[in-house]
Design a protein around this ligand. Structure first.
Ligand code: SAM
Length: 290
């Protein structure tokens, strides 16, 4: 099929673009917060985008949702109450509910249109949103953190880029509120941007976390649908270490991307990341294979 009459979805940045060949455009509406689009691609399944930024594709969402969920959930000794800020497509909640000990997962998504579009066009990620253990709030995560009196074992900030509604989620006051809502051995993991293209923002987020939490780490994953393919999550805790306190024995099921080796290896950072973040990151125990 020649290129000129082919339809593409393109995520555009200053110096690069990311294009996905399209079969069909399924949904496009302006919500109170952002433009929500759903398209069907020829090679990556259904794709959800906000304001032109790719959120998830059916083909590689397993990578992001495995890594944002199972690293904190297998580090915390017994996560029962989990909070997801953002996460409108439902993939993170789906993975959290794979942990049998979980009694309740609260999801706070600012934009109801994202949840409805995901329920209609992305059953693969939104499949568990109607589970009885799920408490769904269509609300700003910042406001929720200020008014909540709950305590959580794990908090997952599954937010979009720090533009538009997600901007206040990259703020020290928000993480001070998170700190208040975490139990004594609580963990918070956040969408940590790209070390290649967003190092400036990643350093801001790490410095914010280092102001609030005694332990701050970063771990990486590789996916297909975000610019450069190498992206990060931040991991902050009141004391738990993602390597020393990781319990491999608890990993009794096979995932598509996550494994005990990937858990450990994802914290091994390239030298440029270590140099950029310097002593904002908490040193990790050396792993010995001997
Ligand atoms: N995997 C995606 C990524 O890395 O960009 C994020 C997935 S999820 C779709 C991101 C969600 O965060 C969006 O649905 C967006 O509406 C939501 N969000 C942004 N700002 C928010 C806020 N202040 N409170 C709650 N949800 C927010």
């Amino acid at each position: 099929m020649s290129d000129h009459n082919q339809d593409w979805f393109e995520e555009k940045h200053d110096d690069i673009g990311l294009r996905f060949r399209l079969k069909n455009r399924l949904f496009s509406e302006q919500s109170e917060f952002q433009k929500v689009e759903v398209v069907e691609t020829t090679g990556h399944g259904v794709l959800l985008a906000h304001d032109g930024m790719i959120m998830v594709t059916e083909k590689d969402e397993f990578i992001y949702h495995d890594m944002i969920t199972h690293v904190p959930m297998f580090t915390h000794p017994n996560p029962k109450k989990v909070l997801v800020i953002g996460g409108g497509d439902g993939g993170t909640v789906r993975e959290v509910l794979k942990h049998e000990g979980v009694q309740e997962v609260t999801m706070v998504e600012i934009d109801g249109m994202v949840v409805e579009a995901s329920k209609k066009f992305l059953p693969q990620t939104s499949s568990m949103l109607s589970d009885p253990k799920v408490k769904l709030h269509i609300q700003d995560g910042v406001a929720f953190m200020k008014q909540s009196t709950d305590k959580f074992d794990v908090i997952i900030v599954d937010s979009s880029e720090p533009i538009g509604p997600a901007t206040p989620l990259f703020n020290v006051d928000f993480y001070r509120d998170i700190n208040e809502r975490l139990v004594d051995d609580g963990i918070v993991v956040s969408q940590g941007e790209s070390p290649y293209y967003d190092m400036k923002m990643q350093k801001v987020l790490v410095k914010i976390l280092a102001e609030v939490f005694p332990k701050v780490h970063i771990y990486n994953y590789c996916n297909m649908s975000y610019p450069s393919g190498l992206w990060s999550f931040t991991f902050a805790s009141k004391g738990l270490c993602p390597l020393r306190d990781f319990s491999e024995a608890r990993v009794q099921q096979k995932f598509q991307y996550y494994s005990p080796e990937i858990h450990r290896g994802s914290f091994m950072l390239p030298q440029f990341m270590m140099d950029e973040h310097g002593d904002s990151l908490t040193p990790l125990p050396k792993m010995s294979w001997v």
